[in-house]
Design a protein around this ligand. Structure first.
Ligand code: FES
Ligand code: FES
Length: 478
């Protein structure tokens, strides 16, 4: 890995901010392969920092209205492409009707990446290891694409054509994913094996079974990270459909699935191990899905009728040339600040170098350590993966803004001191900002909640036990 610049992106690009889907499509058609869509930025900006991609134009869809939210119409659930992974993980409708998708999103990377990353971005990257793609495949989802010639629908199963490649034509934008009504009598499971909790999968598996008494009326299995694209295991499904559920049938289907995949050796695993784990996950997933299919359905929450209004307000389209400096206004820790930036400058750079707020730390620069965590408009953000121009007009909270104006420390800061939850303190600002978000989202967390929420914040000296105690201690010792 080679990163030639720590705080700004190495190469220069024009930053384009369309105000509508139509404008975004026009720009993508005009600039073709020289343009990339910027949504959450958690993959694209990493690829650019590592000099694997060098687009001349970034088309940011962050403020395009109509791309975010979950709605139900005529029995179909529509998920806007910019809907975050975290939203899908927590949404009551998705959890009740499409639990395998919610489970896939819960296992997705770190909390910060769940908050920043979008469903459309995860599919658009066309990673063979995507967690959401196998879940969407077994659910029979369709991708809705908008292009210069109009809209078209493609089954998610047919969306991928190779590693990093999809059926998206030049000028086309993935605008939504649509799911059919959940099947009666269906039960599902998402399982994943990775090196650590926040890592990409060595193998992931999604299973859905439809149960009619003791027979398997329908079966769908899909796997990630075991083929050039997310893979539906149709031969294994054929072993199951119409059969009585039995140990022999399940073991045979799992064996067939492990023969159907075509894994490779790479940095995360070996082909041999992946094949073995495919069999194990298929076996375990089938048992779990069957058990769930036999359980009475819980109460279904009210269907969301229209996308929530919490969408970034549209504003006039912008085209900022690569060399152009523009003034960006931020409210940082309650104070209005104005800075001049070029499109390739990152929020981390602005905070540390231009506003001299050095509490926010630079660690890895590629979204893997969370030392740079801040809040942008009340949501977690990795400032090393946020373009300053993209957050013009936003409110930013850094560690310097946690204490009160009178200097009184935030209860989390006091608890960290009480529990000796730091040594060098380098990770502490990111830990505090993440923990603040945790307590806002889950007011009475369990130890498991805290460990899961903080799984992306790396600490190299204290160890996590004291940090977890400090976060739990805020509530319990009040
Ligand atoms: S510096 Fe941003 S995640 Fe490591
Ligand atoms: S206290 Fe040193 S890295 Fe966490």
């Amino acid at each position: 890995m080679h990163i030639t610049n720590t705080h700004i992106l190495v190469h220069e690009f024009d930053y384009l901010e369309p105000a509508s889907v139509e404008e975004a499509v026009d720009l993508l058609a005009r600039y073709g392969p020289e343009a990339r869509v910027l949504a959450g930025g958690t993959d694209l900006l990493v690829q650019m920092k590592m000099e694997r991609l060098a687009p001349r134009y970034l088309v940011s869809i962050g403020r395009v209205p109509g791309l975010e939210g979950i709605s139900v119409q005529d029995g179909r659930t529509r998920i806007g492409a910019r809907t975050s992974i975290r939203t899908l993980r927590n949404d009551p409708w998705v959890r009740a009707c499409y639990p395998v998708l919610a489970e896939a999103c819960a296992s997705f990377s770190t909390t910060q990446v769940q908050v920043m990353g979008t469903l459309g971005g995860n599919l658009g990257n066309a990673s063979p290891a995507s967690d959401t793609a196998p879940a969407l495949i077994v659910l029979g989802a369709e991708a809705v694409l908008q292009g210069p010639k109009g809209a078209r629908r493609v089954p998610v199963e047919e969306f991928f054509v190779g590693p990093g490649r999809s059926v998206l034509e030049p000028g086309e934008l993935l605008v939504a994913v649509e799911l059919p009504s959940p099947q009666a009598g269906a039960g599902g499971a998402f399982l994943k094996v990775g090196r650590v909790a926040a890592d990409l999968a060595k193998v992931n598996a999604t299973v859905v079974l439809v149960r009619e008494e003791d027979r398997i009326a329908d079966a769908r299995l899909a796997f990630g990270a075991v083929a050039p694209t997310p893979l539906r295991a149709r031969r294994a499904e054929a072993v199951l459909v119409g059969q009585r559920f039995s140990e022999e049938v399940v073991a045979e289907a799992a064996r067939v699935a492990s023969e159907e995949v075509s894994p490779i050796d790479d940095v995360r695993s070996t082909a041999w191990y992946r094949r073995e784990i495919t069999r194990v996950l298929a076996y375990d997933g089938l048992h779990r899905a069957w058990e769930r299919a036999g359980q009475p359905a819980g109460p279904t929450p009210t269907a969301p009728a229209s996308p929530p209004s919490a969408v970034a307000p549209a504003r006039a389209p912008r085209h900022i040339r690569a060399e152009q400096e523009v003034q960006v206004q931020l409210t940082v820790n309650g104070q209005r600040r104005r800075v001049w930036v070029t499109p390739n400058e990152l929020l981390l750079n602005v905070l540390r170098e231009k506003l001299h707020l050095t509490g926010t730390k630079y660690g890895c620069g590629i979204g893997e350590c969370s030392a740079c965590t801040v809040h942008v408009d009340g949501r977690l953000a990795l400032s090393c993966l946020v373009l300053a121009v993209a957050v013009d007009g936003s409110e930013v909270l850094t560690v310097e803004g946690l204490a009160g104006r009178d200097g009184k420390l935030h209860p989390l800061q006091e608890s960290f001191i009480r529990h000796a939850a730091f040594q060098c303190g380098y990770c502490t600002p990111g830990m505090l900002l993440t923990a603040k978000s945790l307590l806002e989202e889950i007011p009475n967390p369990t130890e498991e909640d805290v460990r899961d929420y903080l799984k992306g914040n790396l600490c190299r000296c204290t160890g996590y036990a004291a940090i977890v105690r400090a976060v739990l201690g805020v509530k319990r010792e009040e």
